[in-house]
Design a protein around this ligand. Structure first.
Ligand SMILES: Cc1cc2nc3c(=O)[nH]c(=O)nc-3n(C[C@H](O)[C@H](O)[C@H](O)COP(=O)(O)OP(=O)(O)OC[C@H]3O[C@@H](n4cnc5c(N)ncnc54)[C@H](O)[C@@H]3O)c2cc1C
Length: 413
């Protein structure tokens, strides 16, 4: 059964078809035929360059980059919905590949809104012209991640990474962890505390940091449980000198990051849906052919019920992702709550779908060369990306009740 994506424009439908063909003809055969490749301990060797080049040829590597810089201009009124549709399709083939590509889209949106024109031109043109070029967005650090999205707008919860202003440069010291594309990106957006006396909503600034900036060290590539074709990295900054014009937002960078996070949450949920769809499609095929007890699996009612449960959960996720994407595109007042709902709901529902897939594949579900366990591993990562499940729920209630749930539970003023 194909799940119908309702209300797509002609352009969205065509992009989806060409992306689906790329996934079916290139990505899925590569993943199925090279299941050992994600375990190579040389991160740079895992994903063949050709895959990014093929993605580039169909125009899905540089969504979000303005046409003026050679990118693929999407209809602004439906941009986030288009991101969602394409992210789902890529993740249906491989979630790590999708992670790699969507960081480019999300950071490109940030750059086109906040970077000075000459730096947009420099970096977005480079992104378009080099198929292997990647972008990264660096917020998380060892002593702060989830909490910064809570109502704790107090100095003690601020970022430990510090930026101080000198005559010609900003000087940044600190470290970032768990960063998507952190190991191999050519350009990073880095958040740092520029005013330790105030809360983080007023004291956090963001900077553009090219990979060859003196004082920047890529400390390691994390070996993750899933999405392994995206190289997640750790960065250290030691007296890192960033030119003055590389400042993107001064003081209010966390608020401005909404321009990255709202589409970002939709894209996360959509990638997650893609993983769920892959689990569902593999399982739907398997239960129609694999015979146990003299009958194909789907003839056993317990199996059929699980397939129904998978389809129901995926349809619910799809509906919520569509609703939330429409809200973000329309800049609706409930967009914040909806995109957090879509992200957290997708992460828990799709994990359950992937569990059904593993169980319905029996022993085969546990074998690396069969490839179904990979979907379970990939699904598990979404619980932690772009905020944990609990923090996402706190953000939802905070958006709904800003004056009570959204206020710090410290001493009353
Ligand atoms: C694959 C992957 C890719 C990622 N990519 C990026 C990226 O590109 N850029 C980036 O900046 N980050 C990235 N992250 C980091 C991600 O956003 C964080 O892992 C996530 O926000 C959780 O933060 P943490 O790991 O520090 O967990 P912690 O904040 O240490 O949380 C640990 C537990 O404590 C709970 N908790 C923490 N603080 C509170 C609180 N105040 N109140 C209630 N409960 C609390 C959490 O819910 C969680 O259950 C990535 C992570 C992964 C796994």
């Amino acid at each position: 059964m194909e799940m119908i994506e309702r209300g797509l424009s002609e352009e969205q439908r065509m992009m989806r078809e060409s992306c689906r063909a790329f996934v079916d003809d290139v990505v899925t055969p590569f993943i199925r035929g090279n299941w050992q490749r994600e375990w190579l301990m040389d991160p740079g060797a895992r994903l063949p360059r050709e895959i990014l080049e093929r993605a580039d040829r169909i125009g899905i590597r540089t969504l979000g980059v303005p046409e003026a810089f050679g990118g693929v201009q999407l209809d602004a009124a439906a941009e986030v919905r288009t991101f969602a549709v394409i992210a789902e399709e890529i993740a249906r083939g491989d979630s790590g590949l999708a992670d790699k590509l969507v960081q480019n889209w999300k950071v490109a949106v940030l750059l086109r809104n906040f970077a000075p024109r000459h730096l947009q031109e420099k970096w977005l043109t480079k992104l378009v012209s080099e198929p292997g070029f990647l972008l990264a967005h660096c917020l998380t650090e060892p002593r702060g991640a989830s909490d910064r999205w809570l109502p704790y707008n107090v100095p003690e919860a601020a970022m430990q990474t510090r930026a101080t202003e000198s005559r010609d440069f900003w000087i940044i010291n600190g470290r970032k962890q768990f960063i998507s594309n952190g190991y191999d990106a050519g350009l990073f957006v880095v958040y740092a505390n520029t005013d330790p006396k105030v809360g983080m909503l007023q004291g956090t600034s963001s900077f553009l940091v090219p990979r060859d900036t003196p004082g920047l060290t890529i400390a390691r590539c994390n070996e993750t449980i899933g999405c392994r074709f995206m190289n997640n990295g750790e960065l250290v900054f030691e007296d890192m000198r960033v030119p003055k014009d590389h400042l993107l937002a001064r003081g209010d960078a966390l608020g401005k990051a909404g321009i990255y996070f709202r589409p970002g949450k939709i894209i996360q949920a959509a990638k997650n849906l893609g993983v769920g769809m892959a689990a569902y499609e593999r399982t739907a095929e398997y239960v129609q052919h694999y015979v146990q007890g003299g009958r194909i699996l789907i003839k056993h009612q317990a199996v059929a019920l699980r397939v129904a449960d998978m389809a129901t959960r995926l349809t619910a996720v799809r509906s919520l992702v569509r609703e939330a994407a429409l809200a973000v595109d329309a800049n609706a007042p409930d967009a914040d709550a909806l995109c957090n709902m879509a992200k957290v709901f997708a992460s828990e529902e799709v994990l359950k779908v992937a569990q059904h897939a593993m169980e319905l594949h029996g022993g085969n579900g546990a074998m690396l060369d069969f490839g179904v366990e990979k979907l379970f591993r990939d699904a598990s990562i979404f619980l932690h990306m772009d905020a944990t499940a609990d923090i996402s729920r706190l953000k939802i209630v905070k958006a709904m009740f800003p004056r009570t749930a959204g206020a710090y539970a410290g001493p009353e003023n």
